[in-house]
Design a protein around this ligand. Structure first.
Ligand code: ADP
Length: 473
């Protein structure tokens, strides 16, 4: 069975957040289980593309309205990722360093999607399932079914996985003419609230949509940036599959990005050694519980409340706790965090640093996630695997994966209800108290490290889904 994964991100080629982690891992696990999973990304001028070898497998030509463009399909030659990787390169449009935020992003993603389909029909590639990730490939389920240009692909099953419904790929009807000829009676499927909405189109036109946790599947009906009604109507074809961890990348025993490797049995020594190194680098007191935040500094993650939370906790729990933040995002949050005086109890690194994130997961005692929205959340899964106890808001995937140690006997984390200073400070207080009980802390760490959030399990659920789609067409 051949499955084409279409995505804007794929670790280690290009990663901004969890989408990159998932698309870098799931296809590998699918291949191991016998699925011919391929990933097709836009081309990025990044370290990975500069240091790997590619061959051109197709040269094509297409149009965005009346503007013609040439595109190239490049295949990575060594299969280093454990699956076939293809990149769509369009000179002057899709050949730049960053993944997002160009002013012509809409043109980029439409041209990317058209190119993928043009290539597939030109080479008559047999695709059993198009698996689209987020809105960047959200027009594919529509084009496959309702564009005469791609008639030969009609009825090919399409799966949409929603990693984040906050971003929807909106654009005005004035850009409708970018699309190849489509069935005029179906154009309403492109519309949501008066503009073309790529994510809404995908939800309407895909065969099945999945969310990255069962909790998020339900939450979308209540909170999905104006798509609540749509998710209510289409829920009959929704399915929640929790993300996994790529243990080739995230394993305390083999991780080459951390200075001191460790296992469940050596966790005490291992984490202490990693903490010592990290605290020395950031001038932090390593004898105190180290609480970290890693992630995008945006409202979704509740990062806007962090400056106030840290300032008040540094006052309230003076000298009893240390905080280290790694993140980037909204300027006003970056500035507010940077304005907190550095001390042996507080430091912040503004930026994106993959290796530092691994070192922090290995060194920290707790990870704080006050997210307002968390479709799955990978940070808490990596933290658990690295023996770092998650302190999370009870929402979406966090609710599905973290059990409070005082609420249930099998618990291993700390949960709180609201993204506000009071609830978060109280949770931090609970973490500080827990840390003083070294026996209990060690027991929870071991329990956390022993949990199984592997991709193997979740990949099987995707395979069941693909098989179901194949037999129903
Ligand atoms: P989201 O995709 O919403 O940002 P996830 O929890 O699903 O959140 O995934 C976040 C991923 O990005 C994790 O692998 C996390 O370690 C990584 N990450 C986020 N911010 C940074 C950063 N500043 N530096 C390094 N890694 C980061």
């Amino acid at each position: 069975m051949t499955v084409f994964h279409l995505s804007a991100e794929c670790y280690p080629v290009a990663k901004v957040g969890g989408l990159g982690d998932v698309v870098g891992a799931l296809p590998k696990y699918l291949v191991q289980k016998g699925v011919d999973a391929k990933v097709v990304l836009p081309f990025y001028d990044k370290k990975f593309t500069q240091t790997h070898t590619f061959e051109t497998v197709y040269n094509g030509q297409s149009n965005l309205g009346n503007r013609g463009f040439n595109f190239e399909v490049l295949k990575e030659t060594s299969n280093v990722l454990g699956f076939e990787l293809y990149l769509i390169k369009i000179p002057g449009l899709i050949d730049r360093p960053d993944v997002y935020c160009y002013p012509d992003e809409i043109e980029q993603f439409i041209a990317y999607q058209i190119s993928v389909l043009e290539w597939v029909i030109a080479q008559q590639i047999k695709v059993d399932v198009f698996h689209c990730h987020d809105h960047h490939s959200g027009l594919v389920p529509f084009l496959v079914n309702f564009s005469s240009r791609f008639d030969s692909l009609r009825n090919t099953p399409t799966v949409l996985t929603i990693h984040n419904a906050q971003y929807q790929g909106w654009f005005g009807w004035d850009k409708f003419y970018y699309l190849p000829q489509v069935d005029a009676s179906k154009t309403g499927l492109l519309d949501w609230a008066g503009c073309i909405n790529s994510l809404a189109t995908a939800v309407k036109c895909c065969t099945v949509y999945t969310t990255v946790s069962p909790g998020y599947l339900e939450e979308l009906k209540i909170n999905s940036n104006n798509l609540e009604h749509l998710f209510e109507m289409e829920s009959y074809k929704g399915l929640g599959i929790i993300n996994g961890i790529d243990t080739d990348v995230w394993d305390t025993k083999t991780d080459t990005m951390i200075p001191h490797n460790y296992t469940i049995t050596t966790q005490k020594k291992g984490k202490e050694a990693n903490k010592k190194d990290l605290c020395a680098q950031f001038g932090l007191d390593d004898s105190k519980p180290l609480i970290t935040f890693i992630g995008r500094l945006v409202l979704e993650k509740g990062a806007d409340i962090l400056p106030q939370v840290f300032s008040s906790c540094l006052e309230q729990f003076k000298g009893q706790v240390s905080f280290l933040v790694l993140g980037s995002g909204e300027k006003y949050i970056e500035e507010a965090l940077a304005a907190i005086p550095k001390s042996e109890n507080f430091n912040v690194f503004i930026g994106y640093d993959e290796q530092l994130s691994h070192r922090i997961y290995a060194a920290a005692d707790f990870i704080l996630m006050p997210s307002r929205v968390e479709p799955c959340g990978l940070n808490q899964l990596y933290a658990l695997k690295y023996g770092t106890i998650p302190v999370v808001r009870s929402t979406g995937g966090l609710k599905d994966t973290v059990i409070d140690f005082e609420e249930e006997e099998e618990g291993y984390g700390i949960r709180f209800q609201n993204t506000n200073n009071e609830d978060v400070s109280h949770a931090i207080q609970r973490a500080i108290t827990l840390y003083t009980n070294t026996k209990k802390t060690a027991a929870l760490r071991k329990k956390a490290m022993g949990l199984n959030f592997s991709w193997a399990q979740s990949a099987s659920q995707y395979i069941q889904l693909y098989n179901r789609l194949k037999t129903t067409i």
